[in-house]
Write a protein that binds this ligand. Sequence first.
Ligand code: NDP
Length: 452
Amino acid sequence: MSYAPLPDPVRPAFEVAVARNRGDDAFLQAVHEVFASLGPVLDAEPELRELALLERIVEPERQLVFRVPWVDDRGRVHVQRGFRVEFNGALGPYKGGLRFHPSVDLDVVKALAFEQTFKNALTGLALGGAKGGSDFDPKGRSDAEVMRFCQSFMTELHRHLGEHTDVPAGDIGVGQRELGYLFGQYRRLTNRFEAGVLTGKGLGWGGSPARKEATGYGLAYFADHVAHARGAPLEGATCVMSGSGNVALYAIAKLQQLGARVIACSDSSGALHDPEGLDLDVLLELKERRRERLGAYVVARPDARFHEGASVWALDLACDAAFPCATQNDVDAAAAHRLVAAGATLVAEGANMPCTPEAIAVLREANVAFAPGKAANAGGVAVSGLEMRQNAQRETWPFDRVDQRLQELMHGVFDRCRTTAEELGRPEDYLDGANVAGFRRVAETMHELGVV
Ligand code: NDP
């Protein structure tokens, strides 16, 4: 893997990270992206180098890798690997989701935990950064198999968790069913109803209204701020989305409420195009309630077309805005060129790191407004923070109150990115704005806490 040259003040710390994390391409990609924004900060504050702040900020505080054995419905024993990377606890308890997907390894988890640290800082809440998961694939498994896996996973992980220590949530492959099994086992092992130990819980056992909607809604709120700042609001805009999971579905819902028309989305089996605009009720029924493949959509909407095995970016659909909401490195340079040719003037990341560095360079070069995931998808963790607050007070707030706070928090994230980008002399550079604003908050706190 080769990396574009970095500014002088950050290069030595990146070289240390490369030497320490050989072959960890996802992690080094995430570090490179943040470090590329930090030259001016290090120039202005040379003492950060003496404090070895960059060297410390790229080293996870703790990395857990553990065996997760479980038994399938036919009595066969399987062994999975579990991970939790507690990256940085300077701002608060470690916080970040759990992902169950065959692609999960330590490199991916470390990259996501690093990103999460800055994302959480951008929310302004008291949350440290972490991520976890397993290479277990819940797809095609029965509820009983998923339950046995979750119980085994939590049997090891529980000793590292706590409402003041480390608070996981869901992510790809971990929805309310999995969180229920995980929380049930945690409660059984600890004999404590410690609601604040997990977020994204069911409404009947400590969950927050609007948590399910939060990441997608927050993405739409953030994108709307970016669009307004450009003088081209989302109302009336044509949008294309990748993914059709939790983030994508609720982004579609809010974009539609804002007056946009979302014409395409995807899953790992292919891409769906509905020229009239996607029917959200059909999508929710298929993907959220019945867990079916996206292709079944055309049964209810015969005018739509499903392209088996295709990427949504390869459909070359004319659009004003694009929202990658599936997984990392989903938009490469070729896809970015196609989006520019299709007329997109805004790309907002709902997923974590869905655009490759080359794709980001193409978008910036073409003057496309780019909203990085660590800012644009912060709504999920922001409402997780509100869920923890409700749990601490043993309260449940109404949906509208949570949604109102979400809008305020996303406005705050946007303002931090925008103000910092303006200070840097590039008001529309939300990537540098997010990286520098997130870094400053974590670095200042680490400085005040001493060399720990
Ligand atoms: P879900 O599991 O609910 O949905 C993921 C979607 O992406 C599914 O449609 C899935 O298709 C698709 N997908 C996953 N991997 C691939 C792939 N390799 N190729 C094509 N499609 C793929 O996850 P979420 O919606 O929760 O998460 C999506 C992204 O958003 C992730 O990057 C996650 O880290 C990020 N995120 C999530 C937050 C949350 O609150 N949930 C918060 C912040 C970020 P299929 O159904 O076929 O697998």
